[in-house]
Ligand binder design. Structure first.
Ligand code: ANZ
Ligand code: ZN
Length: 825
């Protein structure tokens, strides 16, 4: 009997950190076996967790994502994979610049200090990164390749510059991509975003819209369903038709996009986006004043608000009329804000009977309503509710009587034949606006020359380095801070040698993060953005782990860029991440943690109180990976208790085992190994931990009241426990492994294998009689049913030999102990 209290040693999780950090470094335990050369055969496994942004020290959210990704990485490694677990920093971006401006510092200082802090915290958290992969996107050695990639896309026509109405954040004084505008506000600071016309750089993501959709087939079942659904919505494929409407006094028709060509006879007016050049062009002199006034009102509303169904509809007549191509009716043309300039063609045919927004607009402005699909629902003119269902066409000329889907196809055909329209597909996805009017980012490697236009900086002049004086630069009124670095801006044209100016915008940091995982295999590579041999060896990423907030931004950008590089012949695969896992958020009392709510939990405080292992275990054990963890509902004290039990157990076992292994315990151990393994394979890490906890209890019971600490089954079970534990609580496991008399590292000991022979159910001896005489004893599972047992006995070789050719008259089965076969002699 072992008395825990009598032992002088206490489990002190913080006392063992430095020791094991040093051992792992010395043994190079977590280095991939062949990072940059000497490539081995399979299996290899490449795990990437979305790389951190260096905003201060690590926080609870980091602890969660890296506890999960590390459990997975360690598991795959223990299962025999040559594993690469990379780490770098996404170190350009606004917070550094804002902090620097506030304190009059160089953003570099803030950034690199935070990186050092985070790196140390990662090590103290026991994350098994291969530190040789480390790089920072704000290093010129990295952003140089951002510039190089930009120039490849520019040469391929995939990077271009145009004037567009863009999202502008008045507080951060920068443009934002659509993906960075959340509910009409700046994702970072919450300020209302306004629309401003500016000349900006774009990547042509729309050229890949269909492939971004189609290639999701590869990800089905391997990425979370919701992420795929969000991407599908974001790409927003619509199919329908383009229809041309002749407009009085204009030689070219107005083209609209519609998903309901079947309703064409019900188009009683046209609506053009108020902020489109087309509206400006169509407006008659009489309506000019009203139009300008209306246009002014709309600049502050966002696309989402403009499209909202419940918003009162506003607009102005443009004072021109168009002709409905099928009915020949003269219909008025309006400008309104519920039509977006950037979607479809920026103009619509309004069918108030069958489209709610059009109906509300018609009611507000007194336009006619004409029902053309009889859906069986009440008349929209009376109810104010547009009828959107299927039905038969009415008031539709020769098409009257057709069912509406067939009618739609027939109308498209007629339009095509008459040169008035055609089948069309439209996407909601927009080109990626990548230029930013900020300092702390990758300078765009383009020179503006009056004579030559946009001239790429030659590759051998890369990187275009940021000027060092970032902190003295100010930005005003939407000008990039780089504009005030006059000496830096002034340059000569690489093409004609004349005086020219550098582009003063920097790249969205999502450019940096769209390819970083290609560089981990050889982070110091100098002949290109990534080492083709290393990429061939390690890519695509097998397991990608990160937050679901990146569903439509980062993940879409990375997919786009990989496809573009595939087309440029630089990659041999077209999807970057084979499998994606989203972890939930760490929240507090039902709310996201934030300084302003005062519910921030400090990670370092948790670690110093409970130790890194207990914090990690708590994160992973709290629930399924994709669910949020409310820190108010969990406490690492439970994990501390469990880990100290494991730790004591490892100290309680004698060096020499004695006696026969206890069969019941062995079976329990192997069943729990099998259970934990299956849970790990399904990424149900919390379930795996539950199995380990059960195993701990079984072993504790066996040492205290069962066969005793010296029993070989206890040692076998404890060693298996410690090996598996190393995925979640690496320091405690390492310490336990040593206490069990082994040399480090436990990570090299491999994941325990469940013995299949021990997994079969317990058996009992069944007596088999033939005509009342005992002829055979067979081992059968205790839980076997009557019919199963009958089958089992009659098909067993020995019984069949006994019976020979005699016919079986009757079989009496008393499961599980007796079977009597009555057979004719
Ligand atoms: C006539 C019509 C009749 C329409 C009807 C709908 C129902 P999705 O599915 O989102 O692609 N639309 C087209 N361009 C638009 C723009 N730039 N801004 C706002 N609305 C626009 O929607 C396509 C439908 O949205 C199109 O089909 C058009 O209205 C409208 F019973 O045309 B429809
Ligand atoms: Zn020039």
């Amino acid at each position: 009997m072992i008395n825990d209290e009598a032992r002088s040693e206490v489990y002190d999780p913080n006392a063992i950190i430095d020791k094991w950090m040093t051992v792992w470094d010395e043994l190079r335990t977590f280095e991939a076996r062949d990072l940059t050369s000497g490539y081995e055969e399979q299996p290899r496994s490449y795990v990437v967790s979305m790389f951190p942004y260096p905003s201060g020290d690590l926080h609870m959210g980091h602890a969660e994502v890296y506890s999960i990704s590390d459990a997975l990485a360690r598991y795959l490694r223990m299962r025999g994979a040559n594993l690469l677990n990379g780490i770098g920093w996404d170190s350009f971006g606004l917070p550094a610049e804002n902090a620097a401006l506030k304190r009059n510092l160089d953003p570099r200082e803030w950034t690199y200090t935070n990186i050092e802090t985070q790196a140390e915290s990662f090590r103290r958290l026991g994350v098994s990164f291969d530190w040789r992969t480390r790089f920072h996107t704000s290093d010129p050695e990295y952003y140089r390749w951002n510039q190089w990639l930009f120039l490849r896309l520019f040469a391929a026509g995939l990077a271009y510059r145009k004037e567009a109405a863009v999202n502008w954040c008045p507080t951060d004084q920068t443009v934002l991509a659509n993906e960075q505008v959340v509910a009409g506000a700046c994702e970072r600071c919450g300020t209302r975003v306004i629309q401003r016309p500016l000349t900006q750089w774009f990547f042509r993501t729309t050229a890949y819209a269909q492939r971004l959709l189609d290639d999701m087939a590869q990800l089905e079942g391997k990425w979370p369903h919701e992420v795929l659904a969000m991407q599908r919505n974001w790409i927003g494929r619509s199919s329908g038709a383009h229809v041309d409407f002749a407009v009085e006094g204009r030689d070219r028709p107005v083209r609209v996009f519609t998903t309901r060509p079947d309703t064409l006879f019900g188009a009683t007016f046209l609506v053009v986006a108020v902020d489109s050049p087309l509206a400006d062009e169509l407006c008659s002199p009489e309506q000019r004043e009203a139009f300008e006034a209306y246009r002014k009102e709309t600049v502050t509303s966002t696309a989402i608000e403009r499209l909202a169904n419940d918003r009162p509809k506003t607009g102005v007549p443009l004072g021109v009329s168009a002709v409905n191509p099928v009915s020949g009716a003269r219909i008025p043309v309006y400008a309104a804000d519920y039509v977006l300039a950037e979607y479809g063609t920026g103009a619509i045919m309004a069918v108030p009977a069958h489209d709610q927004r059009d109906l509300e607009f018609a009611r507000a402005l007194g336009a006619p309503v004409r029902v053309v699909v009889d859906t069986g629902a009440p008349d929209p003119t009376e109810t104010g509710v547009a009828t959107t269902g299927a039905g038969r066409l009415v008031n539709s000329g020769d098409f009257t009587g057709m069912d509406n889907s067939e009618g739609g196809a027939a109308i498209i055909e007629w339009l095509s034949g008459s040169g008035l329209g055609e089948r069309a597909v439209t996407y909601r996805l927009r080109d990626w606006l990548l230029s930013r009017q900020r300092y702390w980012g990758t300078p765009i490697p383009i020179v503006h020359c009056d004579a030559c236009g946009l001239v790429p900086v030659p590759d051998d002049q890369l990187p275009v380095r940021l000027p060092e004086t970032g902190y003295t630069l100010r930005q005003e009124g939407g000008r990039s801070p780089l504009e005030s670095a006059e000496e830096w801006v002034a340059t000569s044209c690489p093409s004609c040698g004349g005086s020219a100016r550098r582009d003063t915008d920097t790249m969205d940091t999502f450019v940096d993060s769209s390819w970083y995982f290609l560089r981990y295999p050889n982070p110091g590579y100098t002949d290109g953005p990534f080492d083709p041999a290393g990429v061939a060896r390690w890519l695509p990423v097998n397991e990608y782990i990160g937050g679901r907030e990146h569903s439509t931004g980062h993940l879409m950008y990375a997919r786009f860029l990989v496809k573009a590089l595939y087309d440029l012949g630089m990659l041999s695969f077209n999807e970057p991440f084979e499998r994606l896992t989203n972890q939930g958020q760490v929240i507090m009392n039902g709310k996201a943690m934030s300084k302003s709510l005062g519910n921030l939990v400090n990670l370092q405080e948790q670690i110093s109180r409970y130790g890194p292992d207990a914090v990690r275990v708590t994160m992973v054990f709290a629930g399924p990976v994709e669910e949020d963890i409310d820190w108010a509902d969990v406490s690492p004290t439970g994990a501390v208790k469990w880990l100290s039990r494991v730790w004591r157990l490892t100290g309680d076992l004698p060096d020499q085992t004695a006696g026969e292994a206890d069969p019941g315990l062995r079976r329990a151990v192997h069943l729990l190994i099998a259970g934990a393994t299956a849970a790990m394979d399904d990424r149900r890490f919390n379930v795996a931990i539950a199995r380990l906890m059960e195993l701990t209890s079984a072993l504790r019971k066996a040492t205290d009241r069962g066969p005793g600490a010296a029993n070989p089954a206890v040692r076998e079970g404890t060693e298996a426990l410690v090996r598996m534990l190393s995925c979640f609580a690496p320091f405690t496991a390492e310490e336990g492994w040593q206490r069990l008399g082994h040399t480090p590292s436990v990570s090299d000991a491999g994941w325990p294998e469940a013995d299949p022979a021990l997994l079969v159910e317990e058996t009992i001896t069944c007596v088999v009689q033939v005509n009342g005489k005992v002829r055979e004893r067979l081992d059968v599972p205790t839980g076997i049913g009557e019919s199963e047992l009958r089958e089992f006995v009659l098909t067993s070789d020995r019984i069949r030999a006994l019976i020979g050719t005699a016919t079986v008259d009757r079989v009496i089965v008393r499961a599980p102990k007796l079977v009597n076969i009555v057979s004719a002699r």
